[in-house]
Design a protein around this ligand. Structure first.
Ligand SMILES: CC(=O)N[C@@H](CCC[C@H](N)C(=O)O)C(=O)O
Length: 372
């Protein structure tokens, strides 16, 4: 099999990034490719914008699932690549184009070479939000076709191609989105005494927020609170009646997640009193931690250590989030980082992963899935 064709597929998918639960073109592209494969062993089902492809094993004792997420991010691509995003304001800035093309490569191999065990390829929408894993797990399809084991990967720009990094147990953090709307009183820029300025109130709040991780959380229990977006006001000489603060909370323990939310509630109350305004908090979507099953991960690590072309790294936990954690709550399995050597990281408009990682990983996963 010539795995370099999956680099072309990645480039095509890269041009059509779509947001969570809007991945209709992506689904159409994937379905058209999957339907072009030999159909003898495979069965295709769809769920919203997602896809399930079952490859019937020849003498199965279990069902092994491989999950690839399919959504892009609401951000402008800043690369000058010939195959850059054609969708303005949207980019595959988290590598899901890689995840999909690798999945198609592995699926292509097994559609042509029947596996012993039954394989289930899951193309999952909305990983970046609002979260597709949990509703997909509750779908009639997955209720009736529960895999016995599940695996997934995430590209890692900081590692060279050939590096695979993972660890037993906790890999990624618990996450919660954070949206706060402040409402005060607008007015003329020259008459601040007649208004309650929500640009000032939200700025105080963002500054106070910085004390939560440094003053309220055990320094040995990592946590992050990031505000990624602030909007407010209408014009430079009008005092803002409204402001909105958008961010994300990351913790390694659920206890810290609870403490941070309590502190946010208290700080917001203080802002309401101090600035005579009202505020509402919405925690958006929450993802549970990604916790790798110890036994299955151990076997994968042993497999990696025997491969002369793989540099295995036992990595630390990361404060990234992934709704793949919901699959791992119910099904033994693991996630791993895949080295793609980009100078720019995940969620950067300049992310440019090395495509050599695609054929490398297809071969690696085909070998691994044949071995389990
Ligand atoms: C691997 C990765 O970058 N995942 C995202 C998951 C987003 C979680 C959620 N929408 C949030 O923003 O809290 C990440 O940002 O870690």
């Amino acid at each position: 099999m010539n795995n370099s064709q999956f680099i072309d597929i990645r480039r095509e998918l890269h041009q059509i990034p779509e947001l969570g639960f809007e991945e209709w073109k992506t689904q159409e592209y994937l379905l058209s490719y999957i339907k072009s494969l030999p159909q003898q062993f495979i069965a295709i089902d769809t769920w919203k914008t997602g896809i399930f492809v079952k490859v019937q094993g020849s003498d199965p004792t279990k069902v092994i699932a491989y999950r690839a997420d399919i959504d892009g991010l609401p951000m402008e691509e800043e690369t000058n690549l010939t195959f850059k995003s054609k969708h303005e304001g949207k980019m595959h800035g988290c590598g899901h184009d890689f995840h999909m093309s690798i999945a198609l490569g592995v699926l292509t191999y097994f559609a042509n070479n029947q596996p012993k065990e039954t394989l289930l390829f899951i193309f999952q929408p909305a990983e970046e939000g609002p979260g597709g894993a949990q509703p997909m797990l509750n779908s009639d399809y997955l209720k009736a076709n529960r895999p016995d084991m599940i695996i997934a990967l995430h590209i890692a720009p900081e590692y060279p191609v050939g590096t695979v990094a993972t660890r037993k147990g906790l890999l990624f953090a618990n996450t919660s989105e954070l949206f706060i709307d402040f409402v005060g009183k607008g007015g003329h820029a020259a008459y601040p005494q007649t208004a309650n300025d929500m640009v000032v109130a939200s700025s105080y709040f963002v500054t106070q927020l910085q004390s939560i991780v440094s003053r309220n959380i055990d320094p040995l229990d990592s946590a992050v609170v990031t505000i990624g977006k602030i909007t407010g006001g209408t014009k430079q000489n009008i005092i803002a009646e409204k402001a909105r603060v958008e961010g994300t909370i990351r913790t390694l323990s659920l206890d810290s997640m609870g403490k941070i939310k309590d502190r946010i509630g208290a700080l917001v109350k203080g802002i309401e009193q101090g600035f005579e305004c009202s505020a509402s908090i919405d925690y958006g979507s929450n993802y549970c931690q990604v916790y790798n099953n110890e036994a299955v991960t151990d076997e994968f690590i042993s497999f990696l250590k025997k491969k002369s072309n793989v540099n295995f790294v036992e990595c630390n936990e990361a404060m990234t989030g992934e709704d793949f954690g919901y699959f791992l709550e119910e099904i033994p399995g693991f996630m791993f980082w895949l080295g793609v050597n980009s100078d720019y990281g995940l969620h950067s408009g300049l992310l440019n992963p090395d495509e050599d990682a695609i054929p490398f990983t297809i071969d690696l996963l085909v070998d691994y899935l044949k071995s389990v």
